[in-house]
Design a protein around this ligand. Structure first.
Ligand code: SAM
Length: 269
């Protein structure tokens, strides 16, 4: 008989997903987390909450196998048993399986966890516990990438965490379709999406980015990438400690230490 402790932690939520929706975060993960994966005794990765179809788990395995470690093993965990059964036929490539599980990670000890568009449908007050539950079950040196994006993956934001807690926030925009960086506010990770209000540091960041983007309008004829690069340079000159990652800047991304934009007080509720 199943015990209370063996029940997956969390609740079933909408399963919306799309092919290539997570391409931008996956490529960032390959760049940022490959060393952790390469040095891990067991290259186990969990894709937590893969949704109505397993397409983004299939893509994650392929990207990590090509860019980080060919023997990577990805386990797609879903709290909805129907979605686990639906995913089984996709478990064709070696190194890809599916199972039922929640924030407790079904007893697995992965080196890397990607949880995308999962916490979005929870309360802000549930985020800290979910983070702690996941990171407390990772292998030593393990990393969690938790975030949100729009349905096509053009706008997104994610947090990188280790066992000590959140390390950084990354904002990501497909520059060819970006009107204004203020649009990123709608796709902040759950821990920050309600903090885009005056007095909160993430609000200051998005406002500063938006101002810098508008001030860089003169570079628009050279393309949105040039305009973004000038906006990033302006933010850095104002003292925002944006990580020095020109390759990611050119892709419409920026990463900043969590301590710079952490909420000023715990969520109510
Ligand atoms: C919106 S879908 C995200 C699909 C995919 N990750 C993406 O970004 O396209 C969210 C999925 O997370 C699942 N989910 C919610 N809470 C979960 C939990 N605690 N553990 C595992 N899966 C969970 C839901 O059942 C749903 O299928």
């Amino acid at each position: 008989m199943a015990t209370r402790a063996s029940r997956p932690l969390g609740v079933v939520t909408r399963g919306t997903t799309n092919p290539n929706r997570l391409r931008r975060v996956d490529n960032w993960i390959v760049d940022t987390c490959a060393d952790a994966l390469r040095s891990a005794p067991d290259p186990l990765v969990v894709d937590l909450g893969y949704g109505a179809t397993p397409v983004t788990a299939v893509e994650l395995r392929a990207r990590l196998a090509a860019g980080a470690r060919p023997d990577v093993r990805v386990v797609g965990l879903e709290i909805d048993p129907v979605r686990v059964a639906t995913a089984q036929p996709a478990a064709d490539p070696p190194g890809l399986t599916f199972a039922r599980g929640g924030f407790e990670l079904a007893g697995l000890r992965p080196t890397l966890v990607r949880a995308f568009n999962v916490l979005r449908q929870y309360d802000e007050s549930e985020v800290a516990d979910a983070w702690a539950t996941i990171t407390g079950r990772m292998a030593p040196g393990g990393l969690l990438v938790e975030g949100t994006c729009d349905e096509l993956g053009r706008l997104g934001g994610w947090v990188l965490l280790d066992a000590d807690g959140p390390r950084s926030l990354t904002l990501s925009a497909r520059l060819a379709t970006l009107d204004s960086p203020a649009e990123l506010a709608e796709r902040l990770p759950k821990a920050l999406i309600h903090r885009n209000v005056p007095g909160e540091p993430v609000h200051d960041l998005i406002r500063a980015l938006d101002d810098a983007w508008r001030a860089a309008a003169g570079y628009a004829p050279f393309g949105p990438r040039q305009r973004w690069l000038h906006a990033i340079a302006a933010l850095r000159s104002q003292g925002w400690p944006i990580q020095n990652r020109p390759r990611h800047w050119r892709l419409g991304q920026l990463t900043i230490p969590w301590s710079t934009i952490a909420p000023t007080h715990p969520p109510s509720g």
